[in-house]
Design a protein around this ligand. Structure first.
Ligand code: ZN
Length: 76
């Protein structure tokens, strides 16, 4: 997939963004999207990415483009 984005000054792919959120290897990721929300820590723009940490689970992860904040829909 070719929709790379810049997060904290570094280019990320859907896979590498998902691995940043998961803090582990992931199996597969969908395209990066703009989440309709702002970072609760710094007010920056938040990206979302759907990914599969394993074959039995699908997670939507969120990551601030400007700071270390991230969460997943597992946290709700
Ligand atoms: Zn932030």
């Amino acid at each position: 997939m070719a929709d790379n984005r810049v997060v904290q000054g570094r280019m990320v792919t859907p896979e590498s963004l998902a691995e940043l959120i998961e803090d582990d290897d992931i199996m597969d990721a969908e395209a990066i999207d703009d989440a309709d929300r702002s970072c609760p820590d710094c007010g920056g723009d938040v990206l979302s990415v759907g990914y599969m940490p394993g074959i039995t689970e699908f997670v939507t992860g969120f990551k601030c483009q400007d700071c270390d904040w991230s969460e997943t829909d597992r946290d709700d």
